[in-house]
Design a binder for this molecule. Sequence first.
Ligand code: S3P
Length: 196
Amino acid sequence: MPPRLTKVPRTIVLVGLMGAGKSCIGRRLAAQLALDFVDADAEIERAAGCSIEEIFERHGETAFRDGERRVIARLLNQPIHVLATGGGSFMDPRTRSEIRGRAITVWLRADLELLLKRTGRRSNRPLLKRGNPREILEKLIAERYPVYGQADVIVDSADGPPEATVERVRAAIEAYLAAHPMAAAGEPRLAEDAGR
Ligand code: S3P
């Protein structure tokens, strides 16, 4: 059996759609690896002094994306940690390039029904208030999944106890590091590769 992952050479960044479980899985993964967990959305709210909904309402999505890019760039300069990002951040080419250059990226992939079920529990996501959540999520899946597919590691987010998904993420990162010695040694990724 391969050795259990206990140490990672870079920050682990979780990407994926709203409701994929990035914060829930990220928090547990960080605890297992004895790393800090940071939620990029919470950091953006802290920096702005208001909620994401209020940022969207008062300043619009473009201003939110600019703030998101700045906050994520700052967080990537922090010591190694586990970072859950908002679902749209990896879609921004500059933010994506920054993340891919500096972190190990994990796409938590989930199907439409699971995303609907999970996002239905809270009503704090401005993008899902613009119409029918099923149609919006379907459209976001079509637009975003090919881009999320650029993540280093892809793990299906299971409906059920989060521990099973955390275990799969951990195993997938182990396999990725075993296959990528440069990444395992913490070498920076080539700019042209990161910018893909
Ligand atoms: C967004 C996802 C949200 C939040 C904002 C926009 C998106 O984060 O950043 O509402 O564009 O998908 P979660 O993915 O954590 O819900």
